[in-house]
Design a protein around this ligand. Structure first.
Ligand code: FAD
Length: 480
């Protein structure tokens, strides 16, 4: 293959996740003949392979459902959410503008999507879940790569980016089987994912972060940030953790539907309530007040009547249409509770005093919390955190339940400074010729707190920025 295609036109993509594979397919479609994806792990997919869906607006799915979604309004929402800080408007704009067309691009290749309302009343819903989720999207892109003759080298890690005397990308050093090989190329797209597994970077970006977040994504090391930095790129000094909570240890339906449900009551290890529980609809923000509690501990409380109410109203409360009969919901929920009790992550008790002992709280503190909350429920007014009265239900009927919660880290966003064409910038804000970046290894499109309104923007940005980076690479290679 190397003999047939001039190396001057070669594109190398670092990382075979959502961003890298989307870039490879787009690059092939744009006519780049010699494309190599180097993937450090034994298989492609990265964190994208375990993701749910991708953000899009003005998509064919929304159009078919008659759901108006306006890219300008969503752009404004996201910028306001970020307080116009740490986000480059032109980068965010490029992503949002591309997103609807990307759904068409994927549908044309055979992928089907469900449009998900990420929380009740989200308008417009923007999360497009492929049937088969992230794994299906990755499989599709991998297949397209094979069809286009893209070379995918697994167990091959990018080691160094080499720039020529003119400053432009000239080659890449890769490490495979303990051997370093140099591959001449004129363009590189860095798509190496986040840095959740790199303690040094986690400390550098989040110095005040306490231990205790459970990583549910891959412990990637942020290689792309070091590779780009060594090649002269500007590295931003802010980043985002995609975190969510509270999460239950047993992650199975319908117990899962109680997680973050606003009809429950949340307390810390001292037995004190600390937030409006309907914040749970905003899964990425609800973890913030929990992280301020002692040892980041949170317990979800409910009683017998609340459980019954939940079982009867599960469809409405979870914003999902439920096909199961109430008795089936009751029995499977019972199974989940029993499993939690035997694993020590759920406590069922006849009194709040027993629950307090299990949590490690003073019994008087917990019972005072419950008494106060029940009074709010009776009055229909939450004088502490102003929870909507429709979610204020008293907890009076044994058995009482406490569920030990987790706070979870999905991925990180940030590092390499890019412009709207996904070109990697140097500290003087000049593009480095031939060098591009895509996916969560980049900065400039997400604020400090991951935005629920633009749900699925991490995976969404990966796929869209991968495509944009490939378009830029194609235009660059064409004019050499
Ligand atoms: C459980 C879970 C659910 C999620 N659900 C969603 C969701 O529904 N919507 C959403 O938007 N986001 C979701 N996310 C987050 C999202 O999946 C990721 O942030 C996003 O997909 C990252 O895509 P990426 O292409 O940038 O990186 P990745 O998909 O992680 O790919 C990076 C690839 O680069 C490779 N690599 C790293 N270093 C090197 C090197 N030196 N050389 C070669 N290869 C290298 C890695 O091995 C990896 O394969 C979820 C995350 C988790 C954990």
């Amino acid at each position: 293959v190397a003999g047939r295609h001039p190396e001057e036109q070669r594109l190398v993509i670092i990382g075979g996740g959502g961003a890298g594979l989307a870039a490879a397919v787009e690059a092939a479609e744009k006519g780049i003949k010699d494309i190599t994806v180097v993937e450090k792990k034994a298989v492609v997919g990265g964190t994208s392979a375990i993701a749910g869906g991708i953000f899009a607006c003005q998509s064919p799915v929304q159009e078919r459902l008659g759901i108006p979604s306006d890219s300008s309004q969503l752009f404004k929402k996201a910028m306001d959410w970020a307080h116009w800080e740490n986000v480059r408007p032109e980068v965010l704009r490029a992503f949002i503008n591309k997103s609807g067309q990307t759904i068409r691009w994927l549908e044309d290749k055979g992928l089907e999507f469900d449009l998900i309302a990420f929380y009740p009343h989200q308008m417009p819903p923007v999360q497009h879940n492929p049937r088969g989720l992230g794994a299906a999207l990755i499989r599709l892109l991998q297949k397209e790569c094979l069809n286009h003759g893209v070379r995918i080298l697994c167990r091959t890690a990018a080691h160094k980016i080499i720039r020529g005397e003119d400053g432009a990308v000239a080659a890449i050093e890769c490490l495979a089987d303990g051997q370093i090989t140099t591959l001449p190329c004129r363009s590189i797209i860095i798509a190496s994912g986040g840095f959740s597994g790199n303690k040094e970077l986690m400390r550098r970006y989040f110095p005040h972060l306490k231990d205790g977040l459970l990583l549910s994504g891959l412990p990637l090391k942020g290689d792309g940030i070091f590779l780009a930095e060594a090649a002269g790129a500007a590295i931003e000094n802010t980043a985002t953790i995609i975190k969510e909570g509270p999460r239950f240890h047993i992650h199975q339906w319908p117990l899962l539907a109680l997680e973050r449900n606003p009809v429950t009551l949340w307390v810390n290890r001292r037995g004190e309530r600390f937030t409006d529980e309907s914040l749970g609809y905003h899964i990425f923000e609800s973890v913030n007040p929990i992280m301020r509690q002692p040892e980041m501990a949170c317990f979800t409380l409910l009683d017998g009547s609340l459980r019954r109410y939940f079982e009867e109203n599960i469809g409405r409360l979870t914003n999902r249409r439920m096909g199961d009969a109430p008795s089936v919901i009751h029995d499977t929920l019972e199974k989940g509770f029993s499993q939690g009790v035997s694993q020590g992550t759920i406590k069922m008790a006849a009194s709040w005093a027993e629950i307090a002992a299990w949590i490690g709280a003073e019994s008087e503190v917990l019972t005072a919390t419950i008494r106060r909350y029940n009074e709010f429920a009776r009055q229909g007014q939450d004088a502490d955190f102003v929870k909507d009265r429709q979610f204020l239900l008293p907890l009076t009927e044994p058995p009482f339940y406490a569920v030990r919660d987790l706070v979870v880290q999905l991925d990180t966003i940030g590092g390499i400074r890019i412009d709207e064409k996904m070109r990697v910038m140097d500290p003087r804000d000049q593009a480095i010729a031939g060098l591009l970046a895509a996916g969560v290894v980049t900065s400039g499109w997400e604020s400090e707190i991951y935005c629920s309104e633009l749900s699925a923007s991490a995976f969404g940005f990966s796929v869209n920025s991968g495509r944009i980076a490939a378009e830029t690479a194609a235009a660059y290679l064409a004019q050499l």
